[in-house]
Write a protein that binds this ligand. Sequence first.
Ligand SMILES: Nc1ncnc2c1ncn2[C@@H]1O[C@H](COP(=O)(O)OP(=O)(O)OP(=O)(O)O)[C@@H](O)[C@H]1O
Length: 300
Amino acid sequence: MIEIQNFTKRYGKKVAVDDVTTTIKPGKVTGFLGPNGSGKSTTMRAIVGLDTPTLGTVTVNGKRYADLSAPMTEVGALLDAKSLHPGRSAFNNLMALAHTHRIPRSRVNEVLNLVGLSEVAKKRPGGFSLGMGQRLGIAVALLGDPKIIILDEPVNGLDPEGVRWIRELLRSLAAEGRTVFLSSHLMSELSQTADHLVVIGKGKLMADESMDDFLQGAGVGTVQVSSPTIEELLDHLRGPQVSVKPVKPGTVTISGLEARSIGAVAAQHGITLYELTTHQTSLEEAFMDLTRDAFEYRSK
Ligand SMILES: Nc1ncnc2c1ncn2[C@@H]1O[C@H](COP(=O)(O)OP(=O)(O)OP(=O)(O)O)[C@@H](O)[C@H]1O
């Protein structure tokens, strides 16, 4: 579990993160979403003690990172994939870390296998593609078999196969009961991986909710229906997966049903419809709506 309490980080006059409070829970993939410059990396750096909060506290399993006795076995982080020694082989980079953290050699081979780099283990990361570098960075993060995994934009540079691979890897780590926290500036990336979403804009917390609630609140996959006898129609549509939000008298948005099913039920009961529109909001639009005023850099 990662607990972030009233975390504020200032660089001189610049407020990078502004009074953020959230808890990242185990057994889930939590996505950390925000436009460029919104404070994601600063928050992640604070979790692993690379940045000191100006105000507030950031703890992992109830302790500050600096107070952990075996940090690599508690928290694994991929923050900057380029931070490895470029002239040392992938294997030796991992071995050096394993050695200083009392991690057995067998684990080095295990993680190289896990990230699909066994065949290039003797090669130097200086010559790696961006995607291979990311995989090696993930191997470093997983080396200590940590309960908490933090990844800053892990999908950067990965090809579609790599993206699918990392998605499955993160889901399986969460299924093992680990805390998985990953950042991205793209909603589409997180929507397929994250169970929970923390959204940040210009350093401020903008949303902290389950992915399902976020999508529902944003109107993704909803249908707007108008009818002079809307209540009668709703009586026929109720079900455990169906939720209804009033828009104005006679008009509602419905999630959990497709327009065609709603139309069919209306026809079956002779109910007049004035409107039956599938909401086409994309995930990216929903995210942009939420952080509309929070973009530091926006292309015109
Ligand atoms: N060491 C620093 N000194 C001064 N300002 C900084 C420093 N580090 C970050 N900032 C500023 O703090 C803000 C948040 O930066 P941060 O890197 O945390 O954002 P981010 O959400 O990770 O963005 P990106 O997706 O571009 O990496 C930005 O305005 C950035 O310019």
